[in-house]
Design a protein around this ligand. Structure first.
Ligand SMILES: Nc1ncnc2c1ncn2[C@@H]1O[C@H](COP(=O)(O)OP(=O)(O)OP(=O)(O)O)[C@@H](O)[C@H]1O
Ligand SMILES: [Mg+2]
Length: 451
């Protein structure tokens, strides 16, 4: 019996390094058969800063996925993000002889033409992604081969990375004993994994809120038409909490995941935490006050996304029909609500879809990048393989809550105690609390103490 093809994605993030092993069955249906995630090492905002540590973490992640799948990994598709990645959209043109059909070489010529833009010699092209074609002024053509016309035009989204950081990434993967099958822009892989069939005919903004970066991809009728990487992510929210609450990073992360909310209206109104800092002083903070610390950072990130789109494509409300939020940091309560408010567009949480196998493990938004690498590997042309849409999620992925780390109180010098735990089913209060002024005074007092 012939073995099914195996495609492996290696998502090298700032927070975690994840290996996802996909098996391609009949009709291109993808089963995830292996997954391995380890805390990231040697990486900062998408770039390798310590070769040895990054190599070590990559090896660990791959070995863990190999153990689950029983498959030996030889080559991988690797995610790329960070400040060193540049993307431009360029226009290409090809003249067609009168009375002749457009052929594949004509299409290639138009694309090649678009690629002939002067790029910094230090940049290495990662993707050349053609958008829709225009034949004699007729727009919106997916495949012009076989059509008649004299003028073939195409917009091509070109993604390039600085040679140095790409070489470092390649070196780490090779040192871990693996071949780099290809580099894939994080925004592209996240979009491939999360976009739904209906969104393939719209313009959708995919925002992957990671730990150290926020990757933005604008998908126009299924094609990546614009991309950007913002060097701020969920870890900055944690850092803000750690600094203001005077807590170690792990403790602040724990507080954020367990009690944090991106909008004060969704914070648990009955919850107060008592924080004992390393120096022994004790302070109380309500969940409402906590979210007042979290919100500005997330608002800043969404503001930067909005500016980026405004500048490149025009007002976001006019450019796009909806927003898909994904990445680990999108799990924070109230993040979609805040995004809805900032973008004034419908916003949904994007989880990897259209896959079978270990869906319970890879169905969280933090796995969009890794699963997307596998889907990219199958399609290889920057489009979601059609098979993904043939069946809506085989085993409808149940929203798997990201495991909350155990309270590391024993390790940290500071402690966080829940003083007034809320009833677990208490519905979030929509309206402002009656005694809001009172709370505000407390918040102000709190900031005065700490800033
Ligand atoms: N349940 C949760 N609630 C709130 N935040 C969470 C939760 N789970 C994960 N996060 C946050 O998600 C971020 C990590 O997301 P993700 O795993 O997508 O990052 P990454 O891919 O390693 O990083 P990057 O894409 O920036 O390189 C961290 O900031 C973490 O605090
Ligand atoms: Mg990521």
């Amino acid at each position: 019996m012939k073995d099914n093809p195996i495609i492996v994605g290696l998502d090298i993030g700032t927070t975690k390094i994840t290996t996802v092993i996909g098996e391609v069955g009949e009709g291109g249906i993808v089963d995830i058969i292996g997954e391995g995630s380890v805390p990231s090492e040697g990486m900062k905002r998408g770039a390798v800063v310590n070769l040895e540590r990054a190599t070590h973490a990559i090896r660990q992640s791959v070995q863990s996925a190999e153990r689950v799948s029983g498959v030996r990994v030889e080559s991988v598709f690797v995610s790329v993000a960070g400040n060193h990645v540049k993307a431009i959209t360029s226009h290409g043109l090809a003249a067609i002889r009168r009375h002749q059909e457009i052929t594949q070489p004509d299409v290639d010529r138009a694309i090649e033409n678009a690629r002939a833009v002067p790029l910094d010699p230090n940049l290495e092209i990662i993707h050349t992604l053609p958008q829709e074609y225009v034949v004699d002024g007729q727009e919106g053509i997916k495949n012009p081969v076989g059509m008649h016309g004299v003028r073939l035009e195409v917009d091509v989204h070109i993604v390039a990375g600085t040679a140095g950081p790409l070489l470092n990434l390649r070196r780490c993967v090779q040192e871990a004993g693996l071949k780099v099958e290809g580099f894939v822009l994080q925004a592209l892989s996240s979009g491939l994994a999360t976009l739904e069939a209906a969104e393939q005919s719209q313009t959708v903004i995919v925002i992957d809120l990671g730990g150290g970066t926020t990757d933005v991809g604008v998908f126009k009728r299924g094609n990546l038409a614009h991309s950007a990487c913002i060097p701020i992510g969920g870890d900055h929210v944690t850092a803000d909490l750690a600094q203001i609450l005077k807590l170690p990073h792990e403790e602040a992360e724990n507080v954020k995941r367990k009690y944090g909310a991106a909008v004060p209206e969704l914070a648990d109104p009955d919850l107060t935490l008592e924080i004992t800092t390393a120096s022994g002083s004790t302070h109380a903070i309500s969940a409402f006050e906590l979210s007042r610390i979290i919100k500005p950072r997330l608002s800043e990130i969404f503001g930067m996304v909005r500016d980026e789109i405004d500048q490149a494509l025009g007002p976001i409300e006019l450019v796009a029909q909806s927003v898909v939020l994904t990445g680990g940091a999108s799990l924070l309560r109230g993040t979609t609500e805040l995004a809805r408010d900032r973008f004034r567009l419908p916003v949904r949480l994007g989880r990897p879809r259209g896959i079978g196998g270990l869906t319970d493990i890879v169905s969280g938004p933090g796995h969009a990048g890794g699963v997307g690498l596998v889907l990219y590997g199958i399609g290889q042309d920057g489009k979601v393989p059609v098979s993904v849409f043939r069946e809506e999620p085989a085993a409808a992925p149940t929203p798997a809550p990201t495991p909350v780390p155990e309270d590391p109180r024993g390790k940290a010098a500071a402690t966080v105690t829940v003083v007034t735990p809320a009833a677990p089913t208490a519905p979030p209060k929509k309206e402002k609390d009656k005694d809001a002024p009172n709370l505000m005074t407390r918040v102000r007092g709190f900031f005065k103490d700490w800033l």
